[in-house]
Design a protein around this ligand. Structure first.
Ligand code: PFF
Length: 455
């Protein structure tokens, strides 16, 4: 089933590199910015439990589906479907994925830009204040500006674009292999700081003691959307990365390792944030600004807070960067392989496109504040349409493709590395999930969450 590989195709060069890159994609602003604020706004532990169910029953099977398709076809999100089903319009699923990559990057680079800016603000002492009014002012001045947030957004695009241009093994793999361990170490250091604060236990019980009265259908949709966003699935990023994975990797094991480690990072981010938030008497439900307003105030209140604050934003920037590499790689691989462009040209066109679209997200806090779609500003619209609609829809189609279209024996072959691994039972469970649980589950949640049906 290989494409006529006339051009030599680059891939990841080692198992560690594969895990670093795939985990690098999963771990990102999702863990450190979204997970805490969505959890904070939706009642804590009960939300986390629902999130974990979505992750296991839906996110993980879609991730494995994407890896299987990618490795089997050695092709990008669009090309992969063309290789497997040349006569049917399945490639549109990949096309929607390329579009999603642009839309996610539009707001993601905006937030990543704030994070990069915050490293410097924190290091310069500009965020050292225990008064939330002052930290709000710093944040609001940044996001409602024009030149400053745009500068940081373009800076982020230049950094990530340069890494992508260097290639899959020499760029993505090399960078994520160094950054991932640093991220873990920083997170452990900050967790210890947060847990040793007097009053930390209230934050822990918020994270780990469920209160189910807070759960509504739209909370479930938010949990599902977060599961997709977190694992980077539903838009072909994992097809693209899967296409660089070697024949001997055990794909189910790898997906499981990544999902578990990613969840660990989210929980560790929660542990870094909530005990400290409660210890200093702040509210956990600040929404998106939690990271940028509450956190600096919280860190300023603790001994050596200035240092920890810098570390915290460095850690967040690292996480965001690894995720953005995979978001960029989706269109870049698509342009290089489907349009025969050089990697350089593909990268330049991609970052230019994202720069243009992304600036509308950034400026939605200032000069474009009045532009709304479905009563959301552009930033929120890009976020909502991808997490809550495009990724779940992509997930349904990817699952249907693997479950019903590709062919049972081909799936067995790919999942077992051509019979080298004995995992038939697991493959059966997987097939049951992608055939029934994933499509039916997502459809119900989607329709209910969008208030098209009600229970
Ligand atoms: N998984 C990333 C995060 O949690 O921040 C976001 C993401 C990366 C989504 C790559 C989609 C994607 F293709």
């Amino acid at each position: 089933m290989q494409q006529d590989n006339l051009k030599k195709r680059e891939g990841f060069s080692s198992s560690i590199g594969v895990i670093a890159a795939v985990l690098g994609s999963a771990v990102g602003l999702g863990n450190i910015w979204k997970f805490p604020y969505v959890t904070g706004a939706n009642g804590g532990a009960a939300f986390i439990l629902i999130y974990l169910v979505c992750l296991a029953l839906v996110g993980l099977p879609v991730m494995l589906s994407e890896h299987l398709i990618g490795r089997n076809t050695k092709s990008n999100a669009v090309g992969a479907f063309k290789v497997l089903q040349p006569k049917k319009p399945w490639f549109l699923v990949g096309g929607a994925g390329v579009l999603s990559a642009f839309l996610i990057m539009a707001f993601y680079t905006s937030v990543a830009g704030w994070v990069y800016a915050y490293i410097f603000k924190a290091a310069g002492g500009g965020l050292l204040s225990t008064n939330p009014k002052e930290t709000s002012l710093v944040f609001n001045t940044l996001v409602s500006g024009v030149g400053e947030p745009l500068f940081w957004q373009m800076f982020v695009l230049l950094v990530t674009g340069t890494i992508i241009m260097a290639g899959v093994a020499k760029g993505i793999e090399r960078v994520t292999k160094v950054l991932m361990p640093i991220l873990f170490i920083l997170l452990i250091v900050i967790d210890i700081r947060s847990l040793t604060l007097p009053g930390a236990s209230e934050g822990l019980s918020f994270l780990f003691k469920p209160d189910f009265s807070k759960i509504t259908v739209s909370v479930i949709l938010a949990a599902l959307g977060l599961a997709f966003f977190k694992l980077s699935v539903g838009m072909g990023a994992m097809i693209t990365y899967g296409s660089y994975v070697g024949e001997n990797e055990n794909l189910p094991k790898m997906a499981l390792k990544v999902a578990l480690s990613d969840t660990l990072v989210s929980l560790m981010a929660g542990i870094a944030i909530f005990p400290a938030v409660f210890a200093f008497g702040f509210e956990p439900n600040a929404g998106p600004p939690l990271l940028f307003i509450t956190i600096p105030t919280v860190f300023s209140s603790m001994p050596f807070g200035g240092v920890f604050m810098v570390l915290f934003f460095v850690l967040t920037a690292i996480a965001a960067t690894g995720a953005m590499l995979s978001l960029l790689e989706v269109p870049v691989a698509y342009f290089t392989e489907q349009h025969n462009w050089s990697r350089r040209k593909s990268t330049l066109v991609t970052i230019l496109g994202i720069g243009l679209l992304g600036s509308t997200a950034t400026l939605s806090n200032s000069i474009l504040a009045n532009v709304t779609i479905f009563s959301k500003n552009l930033f929120d619209f890009y976020d909502f349409i991808t997490s809550n609609i495009l990724l779940p829809l992509g997930g349904i189609f990817i699952a249907l493709f693997v479950g019903w279209q590709w062919g049972k024996s081909k799936v067995y072959q790919e999942i077992s590395n051509n019979g080298q691994i004995n995992n038939q039972g697991l493959a059966d469970v997987f097939l049951f999930l992608v055939r029934f649980v994933v499509p039916i589950g997502i459809t119900l949640v989607l329709l209910a969450g969008l208030k098209i049906i009600s229970f």
